[in-house]
Each structure stands twice: as structure tokens, then as C-alpha cells.
Design a protein around this ligand. Structure first.
Ligand SMILES: Nc1ncnc2c1ncn2[C@@H]1O[C@H](COP(=O)(O)OP(=O)(O)O)[C@@H](O)[C@H]1O
Ligand SMILES: [Mg+2]
Length: 141
């Protein structure tokens, strides 16, 4: 919760072995963040062990936002999603069970910072994935 409120941290990684309580924690964080009105919109996607395609992740995010993804290609759809996610609203994006490094940029997920974008919380069994994905804060569970 502290890292969500910290402007300097836009990507938080929760890592630890299976069964330790990562999914439970990230769900509780979304509930608490909602209660505290920290965000305008909260999206949670569970990726799981089988590798989910980037376009499938795009669809899941778009569905939760009530967005119709325009475009045929991954790049066009990423542009559509990026526009929606960088619209100035405070958006929390939780990515649960990330099992391989994901290219957030390619999906169309803009990261908060100088530009408008999302606050991302991800969970992974692998510490290294949290680092590869640019987590400025890693929470070992
Ligand atoms: N803080 C906790 N105290 C007790 N049980 C917990 C706690 N956190 C999670 N659990 C239980 O442990 C199990 C695994 O939790 P889960 O969040 O699915 O772990 P992970 O996502 O790390 O694999 C679930 O049955 C969950 O209810
Ligand atoms: Mg889990």
C-alpha cells in the first residue's frame, strides 16, 4: 500500500514461491486501494503458468475497462489500449502470476511517471522477472 502511494514507484513486484500468499495479497491490495479511493479504475489480470499471448492480455484488460479494442494488429491494438490507459485517470493494473518477462510497452501499458499511465503491481514466483519488468520495489513474501 505504501508503494502504491509513493509517486516514485510505479511498478511493484510481489515475489515468492507458489502458495505463499501472493494472489491473496494482491487481491487484498486491490480491495483496500478501492476502499481508500486511491484509483479511478482497478484492473486485475491473472496470467497463470501457461504462457498467455500479449493479445489475450490486451483483450482481458480492455474487457475490464469496457473498451472495444480497435485495430487488427498487436501494434494497433496496443495504441488503442495505451490511449485509454493514459487518459489521465488513476489506474491500478494488477498482473497476477507472471511466469515470464512481459513487454508492457508492446501490450500498450503506459507506466506512470513523467507521462500519464498506470500503476502496476505484479506477482511472480521468480524474483528475476520482477526485476526484468522494471519493478522499483520488490516485496518478498
Ligand atoms: N496471510 C495468510 N494467512 C493464512 N493463509 C493464507 C494467507 N495468505 C494466503 N493464504 C492461503 O494460502 C493459500 C495460497 O495462497 P495464494 O494467495 O493462492 O498463494 P500464491 O498466489 O502465492 O500461490 C490459499 O489457500 C490462501 O487462502
Ligand atoms: Mg497465485
Amino acid at each position: 500500500m505504501e508503494t502504491l502511494k509513493n509517486d516514485k514507484i510505479n511498478i511493484t513486484g510481489i515475489c515468492g514461491i507458489g502458495g505463499v500468499g501472493k494472489t491473496t495479497m494482491v487481491k487484498q491490495v486491490t480491495v483496500k486501494a478501492k476502499k481508500e479511493n486511491l484509483f479511478d479504475e482497478i484492473v486485475m489480470v491473472v496470467l497463470g503458468s501457461s504462457s498467455t499471448s500479449l493479445s489475450n492480455i490486451q483483450c482481458q484488460i480492455a474487457d475490464q475497462l469496457g473498451l472495444k479494442l480497435e485495430g487488427e494488429t498487436l501494434i494497433e491494438r496496443a495504441a488503442c489500449l495505451r490511449q485509454r490507459l493514459a487518459n489521465g485517470k488513476r489506474i491500478l493494473l494488477a498482473l497476477d502470476e507472471v511466469s515470464e518477462e512481459l513487454d508492457l510497452e508492446a501490450i500498450g501499458i503506459p507506466i506512470q511517471g513523467e507521462n500519464r499511465g498506470c500503476e502496476v503491481v505484479l506477482t511472480s514466483e521468480k524474483d528475476v522477472i520482477c526485476s526484468q519488468m522494471g519493478a522499483q520495489k520488490k516485496i518478498q513474501t
